[in-house]
Design a protein around this ligand. Structure first.
Ligand code: ADP
Ligand code: MG
Length: 477
């Protein structure tokens, strides 16, 4: 039997506000556990939430960036459930009137085509605390610092048909929210978390199959693996004549295993009701216009500009424009290096490979785009070979020296591209050895002559000439 895969995503995006969505406590990551949750975050009796205007501004910016309608009257509901990391007993979220209505995002596929993924809606809500399983034997620690951090939850239509499309969408969304500056995009700190809904249906069928939801994937790689894993699991069950249970699953990326967490609850299990502590929020045209005017350049527009301004092809432009930090790094390298194609190759090649190998993001890079640009200049004008350029890159990266030309000099990487200069060096050596030259010229046996040549090579290949000669020879080989 042949199957169609159907995927819809729910993405939690932590908004980069300084304070929580309904209180003044800090959202900074990494503080001592339970030092950044106050009485409002815990919904202590007698406290009242106060909405954070910046969270609304960010949500509106997001809506505009994904071509969505903004809901003018935004209502908060309580979603009631108990979990240790939610001691208040309910999550303040939106159900009936989410702030961002239907929209869409276009993604680039490997085939070179583009595909539209529809966004069902995006709503504002508060994050829960965090359960810590690792540091406590036989117990679970609870850190409530994250409780009340503003999130937008973005819900797509089930428009994706394989892992590549889902990952392309996830990366695109990452590029949008980081370009907007509404999320720091740091997935290792949980700033973006993906829930993947997956079902299978017989190829060509119009009826959707029963889906499972795999929760809280926090890297693109885990997302890809979790989809492959779940598709295979469902296929095995269906081909054995079984049925899929609608459930929430957890995926363990380190072991490539998944397990059921709970069978899927219905909305009415949560006894949603409008939060009596929060008035509906009215958003007026002036607020939306102000947000629209503050929108920065977004990945699609940047991609078009990179093609136009730097002459990049569609693939390179899309890749470099997708991430705002990578894009800025590339632009610095291309502007300084004056050779955009070469800058693009180095950013996507050596630079990205090195970041990946050290699990660093562009922000952690020890070298700047300008430094890479200086390196590009020296490759483009043939001062150094590509092997030499790798050595310069290494020295920049490790911080041995921060100046490209100084590294080239110190390591003697300059190529002698001019044979005239080589001949001059040979002439100098020969002029310093007149007796040997005379002997050589008088010798009639070519074999002996050949041996005598070695006597000239010795002094010729002494530093500082040797390096220059060697690099010159390397160029001709
Ligand atoms: P609920 O409100 O019960 O959580 P929704 O219908 O709103 O469920 O869908 C939640 C997510 O699941 C959305 O991202 C949606 O695209 C996706 N989804 C819904 N049905 C399917 C299906 N049959 N297969 C895969 N994904 C689905
Ligand atoms: Mg949900």
């Amino acid at each position: 039997m042949q199957w169609d895969i159907v995927i819809g995503l729910e993405i939690h995006v932590q908004l980069a506000t300084k304070t929580k969505i309904f209180s003044g406590s800090s959202t900074a990551y990494g503080a001592e556990p339970n030092t950044q949750a106050n009485a409002v975050d815990l919904a202590m009796p007698g406290t009242l939430p106060v909405p954070n205007e910046q969270a609304f501004r960010y949500a509106v910016m997001f809506g505009l960036a994904v071509n969505a309608e903004i809901e003018r009257r935004s209502v908060f509901e309580r979603k009631n459930y108990f979990y240790p990391d939610l001691p208040k007993g309910y999550q303040t979220t939106q159900l009936e009137r989410p702030i961002v209505g239907p929209g869409y995002v276009d993604i680039d596929l490997a085939s070179g085509e583009s595909k539209r993924v529809r966004i069902h809606h995006a709503h504002l809500e508060e994050d829960a605390g965090k359960s810590l399983h690792e540091d406590f034997h036989g117990m679970t620690g609870i850190d409530l610092n994250r409780a009340g951090t503003p999130l937008i939850e973005v819900v797509t239509e089930p428009d994706m048909t394989n892992a590549d499309e889902a990952v392309a969408f996830a990366k695109k969304l990452h590029g949008i929210v980081t370009s907007l500056g509404i999320c720091d995009g740091d997935m290792s700190q949980g700033s973006m978390r993906f829930d993947v809904n997956i079902s299978l249906k017989p190829k060509g069928s119009d009826t959707l199959g029963t889906r499972t939801e795999t929760k809280n994937l926090n890297s693109f790689r885990f997302m890809e693996q979790a989809i492959a894993h779940e598709v295979e699991r469902q296929m095995d069950i269906l081909e054995d004549g079984g049925t899929i249970v609608q459930e929430t699953r957890l995926y363990n990326g380190d072991r490539d295993e998944s397990r059921s967490m709970r069978t899927k609850e219905e909305a009415n299990d949560y006894r949603y009701f409008p939060c009596p502590d929060l008035l509906p929020v009215e958003i007026d045209d002036a607020f939306i216009d102000e947000a629209r005017n503050s929108l920065p350049e977004l990945p699609d527009a940047r991609k078009a500009r990179f093609k136009e301004q730097y002459g990049l092809n569609d693939y390179d432009a899309g890749l470099l424009a997708g991430d705002s930090k990578l894009a800025a790094f590339f632009e610095a390298a291309a502007d300084r290096g004056k050779d955009a194609k070469l800058a693009s190759n180095w950013v996507q090649g050596e630079f990205s490979a090195r970041l990946n190998a050290e699990e660093k993001s562009v922000a952690d890079s020890p070298i700047s785009g300008e430094q890479l640009g200086d390196l590009v200049v020296r490759i483009a004008d043939n001062t150094i070979s590509s092997a030499g350029a790798k050595k310069v890159f290494e020295a920049l990266w490790t911080g041995e020296n921060d100046n490209v030309d100084a590294i080239i000099d110190a390591k003697g990487l300059k190529q002698v591209s001019d044979t005239g200069e080589l001949e001059k060096m040979v002439d100098e050596v020969l002029a310093s050895m007149p007796d040997q030259v005379a002997q050589y010229q008088q010798e009639s046996d070519p074999k002996k002559q050949k041996k005598m040549l070695g006597g000239f090579m010795g002094p010729l290949m002494k530093p500082p000439r040797a390096r220059a000669i060697r690099s010159c020879l390397m160029r001709f080989w």
